[in-house]
Design a protein around this ligand. Sequence first.
Ligand code: F6R
Length: 245
Amino acid sequence: MEIVRVKDYEEMSKTACNYMLRKVKELESPVLGLATGSTPEGLYRHLVDEYKKGNVSFKHVQTFNLDEYTKLDPTDINSYHYFMNKHLFEHIDIPKDQIHLPNGNASDLEDECHNYENKISEAGKIDLQLLGIGINGHIGFNEPGTPFTSRTHIVTLVESTRKANSRFFPSIDDVPTHAITMGIETIMESKEILLLVFGEMKADTLNRLTNGEVSEDFPASILHKHPKVTIIADEAACSKLVIKS
Ligand code: F6R
């Protein structure tokens, strides 16, 4: 795992944008794995800016998002479909049929998980998977205790995650109790992983990720076993990072 240290959120977002644009420009048909949440908002803003300046096209790109809540309509302002449209997709030239998110509103959710895995396989491997990280080390919605062998599946959201995400909802009672997420094994099959971490709130998390043991109690620790992971982290997130010699 390589850690790229940057000053602040803005520099993290810009650096991540350049990293992603390199892939988009270099590959004939790039497959990107995308995330939602506060972490990638700045990155998406920069991608949109670059598109508007005419510096990049996304016509040849396919995307697969990590996760989606269940029982929310894609038009619901709290759904990840809505988030992705608002922050990225409606501003760029990516064809709609090349955008993929799990359908949390499907009548058969188990079936939807299989379909999503199949769609990823059909696209070939994800070339670059973008990740954020939860304070408890979750990636996607893979909470502590999720088997490292998991594929796309339905999860029951733990209370701490519902609480953290309640900032986007009128109240915690409105936060869905379940979600569909890419599994840890699915994420690990990506050719390359780009993890963004910012803010003091994630300082202990980043230190544990860097120095802790690989354990299902801390899902992101599996990234130590991936051959190509780049972490872009700001000063605040690095403030508790112990560098072992
Ligand atoms: C979102 C996702 C989550 C977030 C994580 C951090 O698609 O998969 O794992 O990346 O919860 O969220 P933020 O960025 O809001 O701190």
